[in-house]
Design a protein. Structure first.
Lengths: 280, 307, 346
């Protein structure tokens, strides 16, 4: 099984990259050389080590307030990953429940869920998120909640069609004939078999949530300073773009790398799980 | 076909109503319009006066119906911040955003169609892997970051294009690229998948058997069938582009609906916020409806019922 | 009776088709040779997987990407096509050599009208005006027996039945007045009642227009109906070739005899069991030597593992076997002749 995973190049590369980032994030308090919030106004905007003025004291330079960029990037990874995981969890819970119910029961419940999904798809997500955050006040928690409550549509759609396929299979009928209760069937028989689809959608949605949070923070309506959200870091560095290009290049590159890793791993998972998708 | 359209129309209407509910209630629950009008540090007496004047003290459902009724009749209220009628303000900016949206869509299609077709024809070759690789990279790059990179290269370093404003067509080049590139990978994958499937079909073999030149077989026979789902996606993506333009317009200070939305959100301008969300949603519903109908129309098997 | 001339339309010598598989090259067609004359129908008959479709595709240059073709000589109306440029072959395909396929339901593009699909190759090859092409299409649709032809031109494939679609395919093939028509199981996918109509139509058109036709089938009944000459294929090789009458009178190759004994025929004594050919088709991958039929042949000997000679009895009856003709003709080997099969409508 692990052999298969490693043979799939997309998954192997993506997952390894992702693992690297996760390790940096989880162990940031021990790995980061400095406190990401510690300002040093004498060492403002020091370039990274590969330039003339740069050095190894601050390998990736410092920002406009003298904070070490490497440390901020590592702590930024925590924020991005936290956003990705929690939004995927919340929206996944909502969307999967809706999808399972719609796919299993069909009829009016299906109509209702389809209607809700269509309505949700008609909303301009960024605008609604922006507006809500602006009115309630920006913070990490608010961003997570708002995105989690908005991004369930894909889960609902995919889980619905996956459940419909599974529903028609024999062992569901067998379980019903044996008198198993509906929640038991849903959780015990249906869910394990739609799990592959769930995982693939979860990875895609996590990536999408990370990008959305970055955009919100970039516009000033997401995570608030002094938190080292990568989107926020890019926004703060916008004005000095010409003189201190690394200040936007590094967080931007980090974002791109993280999303790239997640998408690659997700694509790989999709291929891997597609082959052995149906279990039992 | 007309029964199909009627059903879709009915559904679209219901969705529009649901969206109006959300546009209204979500914003009202999140924030206080009286506070927005009065500003920070207003006294309780001021707030009460404002509430009575604007009718904010009535039950929310009543306020909603009142707002809906007035909106449907064309009375869009006034912008709190800009102190002018909200309707004309919004519609004057709509044109810019529509131009941007269509240009970005065209940009995305111009990139994705050739790449998708090539990837399908040379499936599993290095060309295919390159195209798929480009797709993954494209989707990984945040659009605001890409926008800044474009500015860095084309405005600051090369000085070819202006950074902000919306006066000339040059002002639209970078925003179009920054908005459009993100939509390209989705189209490319869809076209690639569709073409791969279609190229296996018997009627392609028939076309080859009749000595038709390769370009004709691919474009006229294969692509014509593979493009059907793409048309539906086009309408959907246009909706996303219009909504997602807020970030791009703000970066480039493009005077469109997205920028106005950003401003109205920052200044807590409720009437404008509500109206923009409603407008974009309705546009989206209409686009989805058009996509459904186009989808059905393009396939003669649905358009012309079997005898 | 067909007016046979001596003009050879298609002359094939040693055609081989290999398909690349993970386990090695699969020899779908091996050293196949045949000739077809103007006004003549040659049937290639064999069971599924014997390589007959690959032969047809190989002749037309329509093989899938994984397949490679080798041919010593492929002469069409005297012109060498075996080593001609793709452009030249493209210019001839759909023009002077046409092919119709087994599945009429999927062979037409669902997005375009019948008229559009019929006129497109004609206009491409001949450069005529739209009106002229349309007129010719109507003429041919009428010829294949489709009523209200002008109306049909504006219809889409899904609006026609299977039988009608196959008639359209035939009309389409005739647009550019081909000298050669290759038909790959044209009636197999149709209802039984329609099958006879289509076959009769093909035969009539072929004789009227003097076209050389190669018709591929697995059904000996079809062979009896339409063929002037028959080529029997087994495991990628041609094992016997003769005129129809000659083949049904006496079969030289054990496989052919086996095939004929499998057919239930009226008048056979009830106690005689229906014949079967035991065993299965051998694998076509890797190096192949000797006769591929020897594992299932009741008359096999050690000589069958070596090079198999091709016999020719001088009156256009050839077969590939080690057994000398005089030793096998016996009362049991004879079966009813073509005279006792359902009559051909001439």
């Amino acid at each position: 099984m692990l052999q298969r995973c490693l043979h799939n190049k997309a998954f192997a590369i993506g997952a390894s990259l992702l693992l690297l980032i996760v390790i940096c994030a989880v162990f940031a308090p021990w790995l980061a050389p400095y406190d990401p919030y510690a300002q040093n106004l004498e060492l403002r905007s020091v370039p990274p080590f590969w330039t003339e003025q740069g050095g190894w004291a601050h390998p990736l330079g410092t920002d406009q307030l003298g904070r070490d960029y490497l440390s901020r990037l590592m702590y930024g990874a925590r924020i991005s990953l936290l956003i990705g995981v929690s939004v995927a969890l919340i929206s996944g819970l909502i969307g999967t429940t809706m999808g399972l119910l719609a796919g299993y029961f069909g009829g009016k419940i299906d109509l209702l869920v389809t209607f809700l999904v269509t309505t949700r798809l008609s909303l301009p997500v960024i605008l609604v998120a922006l507006a809500t955050v602006a009115l309630v006040g920006g913070s990490l928690t608010v961003v997570i909640l708002v995105l989690g409550l908005l991004k369930w549509d894909r889960f609902a759609v995919v889980m619905r069609s996956a459940t419909q396929q599974v529903r028609a299979l024999d062992y569901i009928t067998a379980a019903q004939a044996a008198g198993a209760s509906t929640p038991r069937i849903l959780l015990g028989e249906v869910l394990p078999n739609v799990m592959p689809h769930l995982i693939v959608v979860a990875t895609l949605e996590a990536a999408s949530a990370i990008l959305l949070e970055a955009a919100l923070s970039f516009l000033g309506l997401g995570v608030q300073p002094p938190l080292p959200s990568w989107g926020l870091m890019i926004s703060e560095a916008k004005a000095d773009m010409f003189f201190a290009f690394w200040l936007i290049a590094l967080p931007g590159g980090a974002l791109a790398t993280l999303i790239f890793a997640i998408n690659l791993a997700g694509d790989g998972l999709h291929d891997l799980l597609g082959a052995e998708g149906r279990v039992g | 076909m007309s029964a199909f359209i009627a059903k879709r129309l009915g559904l679209a209407f219901l969705v529009a109503v649901a969206v109006s509910l959300i546009a209204f209630f979500l914003l009202r629950i999140s924030g206080d319009p009286a506070l927005a009008i009065a500003g920070e540090g207003a006294s309780q007496a001021d707030l009460d006066l404002i509430r009575r004047t604007y009718g904010f003290d009535r039950p929310l459902p009543i306020q909603y119906l009142d707002w809906l009724w007035r909106t449907v009749r064309g009375d869009f209220g006034d912008s709190i911040y800009f102190k002018t009628a909200a309707g004309p303000l919004i519609f004057s900016k709509l044109q810019t955003t529509l131009v941007l949206g269509f240009a970005a869509l065209l940009c995305a299609l111009l990139i994705s169609i050739p790449l998708g077709v090539l990837a399908a024809i040379y499936k599993d070759s290095w060309i295919d892997r390159l195209c798929l690789g480009l797709a993954v990279v494209g989707q990984a790059l945040p659009n605001f970051f890409f926008a800044l990179l474009l500015i860095m290269v084309f405005s600051i370093t090369l000085g070819w294009l202006p950074v902000s404003g919306s006066e000339t067509w040059q002002h639209f080049v970078m925003p179009t690229l920054a908005l459009g590139y993100y939509a390209a990978p989705a189209f490319m994958r869809l076209i690639r998948a569709g073409m791969i499937e279609v190229l296996e079909a018997d009627y392609i073999r028939t076309a080859r058997a009749y000595g038709l030149p390769a370009w004709r077989v691919i474009l006229r026979h294969a692509l014509r069938n593979a493009i059907i789902p793409v048309v539906a996606l086009t309408a959907v993506q246009l909706g996303f582009l219009l909504g997602g333009s807020v970030v791009i317009e703000t970066i480039f200070a493009l005077d469109g609906l997205g920028y106005l939305a950003y401003q109205s959100i920052t200044y807590k301008d409720f009437p404008v916020m509500q109206l923009i969300v409603l407008l974009l949603s309705v546009i989206y519903v209409v686009l989805t409806l058009a996509a459904d109908i186009a989808n059905a129309w393009l396939d003669p098997r649905i358009r012309v019922a079997a005898v | 009776m067909a007016q046979l001339t001596d003009e050879i339309v298609l002359d094939v010598a040693n055609l081989s088709v290999d398909i690349a598989t993970p386990r090695g090259p699969l020899h779908a067609v091996r050293d196949l040779s045949l000739q077809v004359r103007r006004g003549e129908t040659l049937c290639i008959v064999g069971e599924s997987g014997c390589g007959k479709s690959m032969t047809a595709l190989g002749l037309m240059g329509l093989l899938p990407k994984a397949a490679t073709r080798r041919v010593e000589r492929l002469a069409f109306l005297g012109e060498d096509l075996g080593h001609a440029s793709p452009q030249r072959i493209n210019a001839l395909r759909g023009n002077r050599m046409a092919m119709i396929f087994q599945e009429p339901m999927t062979a037409l593009n669902p997005a375009y009208t019948i008229g559009s699909q019929m006129t497109e190759p004609y206009r491409h090859h001949r450069g005529v005006t739209a009106a002229a092409a349309r007129a010719r299409a109507i003429e041919l649709l009428a010829k294949v027996g489709i009523a209200s032809a002008a109306q049909r031109l504006g219809q889409y494939p899904h609006q026609l039945s299977g039988g009608l679609r196959q008639r359209v395919m035939i009309a389409m093939a005739l647009m550019c007045e081909p000298a050669l028509l290759v038909a790959d199981e044209p009636s197999t996918a149709l209802d039984v009642t329609i099958q006879a109509q289509i076959l009769r139509l093909l035969r009539e058109l072929q004789q009227e227009l003097g076209i050389a036709m190669i018709l591929i089938t697995h059904d000996l009944g079809v062979v009896a109906r339409v063929a002037d000459r028959v080529a029997v294929m087994y495991a990628g090789e041609m094992v016997e070739e003769a005129s129809t009458a000659s083949l049904f009178r006496h079969q030289r190759h054990p496989y052919t005899r086996g095939l004929l004994s499998c057919i239930p025929l009226p008048g056979r004594s009830k106690s005689a069991a229906l014949g079967t050919i035991p065993g299965a088709v051998p694998s076509l991958v890797g190096d192949l030597t000797g006769c591929s039929f020897r594992a299932r042949c009741g008359l096999a000997s050690e000589a069958c593992a070596g090079v198999i000679p091709v016999h020719d009895d001088g009156i256009e009856h050839r077969w590939r076997c080690t057994i000398h003709p005089d030793s096998i003709i016996s009362a049991q080997a004879r079966i009813q002749t073509a005279a006792e099969l359902p009559p051909l409508s001439q």
